[in-house]
Design a protein around this ligand. Sequence first.
Ligand code: GLA
Length: 390
Amino acid sequence: MDIPSRLAHLFSEQFRRTPDRLARAPGRVNLLGEHVDYNGGFVLPAAIDRATYVAFSPDGSDKVSVGAVDFGQSADFSTRSLKTKMQVNRSPLPGWAEYPAGVAWSLSEHGQMVRGMQALFASDVPRGAGLSSSASVELAFAVSWMALGGWSLPPMELALCCQRAENQYVGVRCGIMDQFASACGEKDRLLLLDCRSLEYRTLPLPEGVDIIIADTTVRHAHASGAYNDRRAACEEAVRLLQQHLPGIQSLRDVSLEDFDRLAATLPPLIEKRARHVVEEIDRTLRAVSLLEAGDVQGFGRAMNACHASLRDLYEVSCPEADEMVRIAQSLAGCYGARLTGGGFGGCTVNLVERKYTQQFVEDLGVAYASDTGLHPEIYVCSASAGAGLL
Ligand code: GLA
């Protein structure tokens, strides 16, 4: 049974009524532009064909009852006391429920009507895998409340509300890329977002090429703390560089030449972190031009360089992801391979010439399993539409 049918069935069992509507919001894979969104840089993600689904009906009161099918747990909260992070019986909200509650909080702060509802949700976006499972949960609930409240916001506004939920309610200082991709995804298109102006345009997927996602199956605890640390290092770099370049507001404003000239003035660790960002912003723009000129090989080389930089300068990779990327890069038909998303485990993204896809998937799986003893999930993904009602 697919997820929407399963949810509808479970909803009827749990709430003794059929759900009014179903919302869907996809995860995303990022091709290039990693850890640059919160530095005002450029990112190149696509929404993927894996998503979070919410089945929902209005409750008629201010109470939100949510069941998380994938956790086998339920929670409830009142739309009148969202700030407390408490359930109706005053026990604390479980961690997973902070995502819907945070979205409700953020939407009401934004002046949108958030009604009580009964809801069940489930997802096939793997959790903690660098494919934005959190953003997909946030967007799926945001779309549900939009439908229930009878108001409407442009997708980018919804994305910003969801980012604020994660920043200020859940406490992860993520950038805008994930919520943007989940909200604004388009079938068969890549999305090029300027994270400063929030302007974006879409690009076709390169012809004859597959995007293959491979899950290392490794997940690291404390990843969100390490993520916030990286962000703080970038802010420190900006603060220090402002002494020489008073006009800059973020690392986006620092040219490669200025950075090279001033690098020695920074503490070594801050220099490494900032170098990744400055180079990755430049690399992404250059690689997009290559892609548009039909140079998939050149684009793939930029992906490989991005991985090396995430591993050596930004230090968000792990031995298993390095191994998976090393194997992928040695296989026939692979243009580029790298860690995707926030890092500290999770998935790699691989650009592979279509005629080699099957062989690539097989060989990568076998070699990775024999080197690490882990059994990865590897699949071809297609770019999908953004969040909406079904
Ligand atoms: C996570 C964050 C994004 C982005 C990536 C790294 O997915 O949610 O905002 O910073 O990491 O590129």
